[in-house]
Design a protein around this ligand. Structure first.
Ligand code: 5RP
Length: 249
């Protein structure tokens, strides 16, 4: 039987389906919840807003000013990260996911706070459409690197020595400025050969604040395809399958 085009989800619909799935699987009453940033996290925040309206008592930590504003507009109680000792679950998007659940994040510009929030989180749940799955990191998305504005051209030049092409992210005629007042260089690679080595080497450059490689961070990655199939990648599944596979639940 042929499947008509109308039966396929659009990229935006995949984001909504997977974000809502993550909220229903992971968010329980009385939790401390991390709110990601981006167009997929948008749907998670809206769904969490519905849970709050239905009576859930949640404390939420936002990974960006944008997500904080959205959350407050939905009646969500947003607290400062330092007001909680840990975050039970964070739901966030990603720009690339490899078969071992290693990630590139930060095209939405929130990588620094996202990484700090992820480090304080027990279960970092990543939600993506299957268009974000890659065999090797760096093949589709550039790697965003947040840098101090001071001497940023020198920092960008130092980044180029890793074999990439760093481009200063712009917002119109002026550099894009992160929530922490920094700039971002988007570094295009053919592919990233040794992500662990690269992560450390980049963060060793003076002027670099943080980079968008999120290694060994995801507790589970939930993936939606255009036919609405939902796939879970998890550490447990990866160990069982030797780190190369995804299991469809
Ligand atoms: C923001 C991020 C986002 O999670 C990532 O860019 C994915 O965004 P989207 O859900 O809009 O595709 O890392 O810094």
């Amino acid at each position: 039987m042929q499947t008509s085009e109308e039966e396929f989800l659009s990229p935006a619909d995949m984001k909504k389906v997977i974000a809502e799935e993550a909220v229903s699987r992971f968010i329980k009453d009385d939790m401390v919840v991390g709110l990601g940033t981006g167009s997929t996290s948008y749907f998670a925040i809206m769904k969490i807003g519905e849970l709050v309206s239905s009576g859930y008592n949640l404390k939420c930590v936002a990974t960006s000013l944008q997500s904080e504003k959205l959350a407050r507009s939905c009646g969500i109680n947003v607290v400062d990260l330092d007001e909680v000792s840990k975050i039970d679950v964070t739901i966030d998007g990603a720009d690339e996911v490899d078969p071992k659940m290693q990630l590139i994040k930060g095209l939405g510009g929130a990588l620094l706070r996202e990484k700090i929030v992820a480090a304080a989180t027990v279960k970092e749940v990543i939600v993506v459409g299957n268009d974000k799955i890659v065999d090797r990191l760096g093949t589709k998305a550039p790697l965003p690197v947040e840098v101090l504005p001071f001497g940023h051209k020198h920092t960008g030049h130092a980044l180029s020595k890793f074999g990439c092409d760093p481009v200063l992210r712009m917002a119109g005629d002026t550099p894009f400025i992160t929530d922490s007042g920094n700039y971002i260089y988007d570094c295009r690679f053919d592919h990233i050969e040794m992500p662990y080595h690269l992560e450390m080497a980049i963060n060793n450059i003076s002027g670099v604040v943080e980079n968008g490689l999120f290694l060994n961070t995801a507790y589970e990655v939930l993936v939606c395809d255009r036919r609405r199939n939902i796939t879970a990648m998890s550490d447990r599944v990866n160990k069982e399958l030797g780190g190369n596979n995804i299991r469809v639940l």
